[in-house]
Design a protein around this ligand. Structure first.
Ligand SMILES: *Cc1c(COP(=O)(O)O)cnc(C)c1O
Ligand code: SF4
Length: 348
């Protein structure tokens, strides 16, 4: 026993039809979709999907996934552009992403890594060793970001081993995990897992969540266990058409997260993953939502709206812009849309 919950039974299109989440006539085409892009849902998200379209659209396959658009990409964020060794992405000098597994507890229909995620399990031991060697030999690496797939599908024993190895590298000051597990598979947030995470003195967990209806009682309790254990929590959200692309849906989500002691960190503009075009909004639509939220929510609830520039060029904030250069001074827009002049101090 390594402390993991038992494997979950596989879910089929027929199960989704039985739940009323898919039409029987659509079953053949959905079977075709899941040949290409895997189907997986936890019992918690299966139940939440039955209650909420905002949850269901993220996990239930759709015939629209067979549509390819000219802008679709096989490596939308350029993970492969900056891979010094397999399983490691080193794009910024001070931090690396370590892809510890390709498995997730759910397969999101818009996933930006949908070409690589799957049930192939964790990074092979020799590749993990090579990645750890690279980190140990690169003193500029200040932060190691564990991702996947989802790093928290690993057993507490494996996570403890990894945390111990990384903690032994003196220049690694911070370990960050990006995960959907606390929300979609909250039963995995056990005492053993929390103890494993806490082996490093500065471990941050970034929870991926896109809709307030994902935050079931179990998910809320799991987030509270992490917060009570002193693990700082951030959230990342993907802006998704017909899931959360309106100010009310995001207000509900961000305010709920702050109450759960989770700080919204990034709102991601949807990436160019293949067969996910039906989830994309325009950037102007995202900016309009952020403008509306800036006017009405606590600053603690507001994430930064970012675009991961296709091709591996990095993430940048994409507005809205409040500041415009105007000759020697600035024009600043307030949350109500009024424009004000601001002058820098005069050089003496
Ligand atoms: C997103 C990302 C990071 C982390 O970026 P932050 O802005 O620090 O959250 C690091 N490396 C790569 C390759 C990334 O895509
Ligand atoms: S949990 Fe993350 S990596 Fe896994 S399918 Fe969803 S978005 Fe992709």
């Amino acid at each position: 026993m390594d402390g993991s919950p038992p494997p979950r039974p596989a879910l089929s299109i027929a199960d989704l039809v039985a739940d009323g989440l898919a039409d029987a006539e659509q079953a053949p085409v959905l079977e075709q979709v899941v040949q290409d892009f895997r189907l997986r849902l936890t019992p918690q998200m299966r139940a939440a999907s039955a209650l909420s379209d905002g949850v269901a659209r993220q996990f239930v396959p759709s015939a629209a996934e067979l549509i390819q658009r000219p802008e679709d990409s096989l490596d939308p964020i350029g993970d492969d552009v900056h891979a010094p060794v397999p399983g490691l992405t080193h794009r910024y000098p001070d931090r690396v992403i370590l892809h510890v597994t390709k498995t997730c507890e759910v397969y999101c229909r818009f996933c930006f890594r949908r070409e690589t995620v799957g049930d192939t399990g964790h990074l092979p031991p020799d590749q993990l060793e090579a990645a750890l060697d690279y980190i140990a030999q690169t003193p500029a690496i200040w932060e190691v970001i564990l991702t996947g797939g989802d790093p928290l599908v690993l057993s507490p024993r494996r996570i403890a081993d990894l945390m111990a190895r990384l903690t032994a590298i003196a220049h690694v000051g911070v370990i960050r995990l990006h995960t959907r597990v606390p929300v979609v598979a909250p039963d995995r947030i056990t005492d053993a897992l929390i103890a494993a995470l806490r082996l490093h003195p500065s471990v941050w967990v970034v929870v991926h969540t896109n809709h307030a209806d994902e935050l079931t009682h179990e998910a809320r309790a799991a987030l509270a266990r992490l917060a009570d254990a002193g693990v700082p929590l951030l959230a990342q959200t993907v802006l998704l058409r017909e899931v959360n692309d309106n100010a009310n849906a995001l207000e509900d989500l961000f305010c709920a997260l702050i109450r759960l002691r989770v700080k919204p960190y990034y709102l991601h503009h949807c990436d160019l993953a293949r067969g996910a075009g039906h989830f994309r909004t325009t950037i102007a639509a995202g900016q309009a939502i952020m403008t509306a939220l800036r006017g009405r929510l606590s600053g603690t609830c507001l994430p930064t709206y970012v675009l991961d520039i296709p091709g591996g060029f990095g993430k940048v904030p994409i507005g809205p812009d409040y500041l415009l250069a105007d000759g020697q001074s600035w024009r600043v827009t307030d949350p109500n849309g009024q424009i004000h002049r601001y002058d820098d101090p005069v050089k003496s």
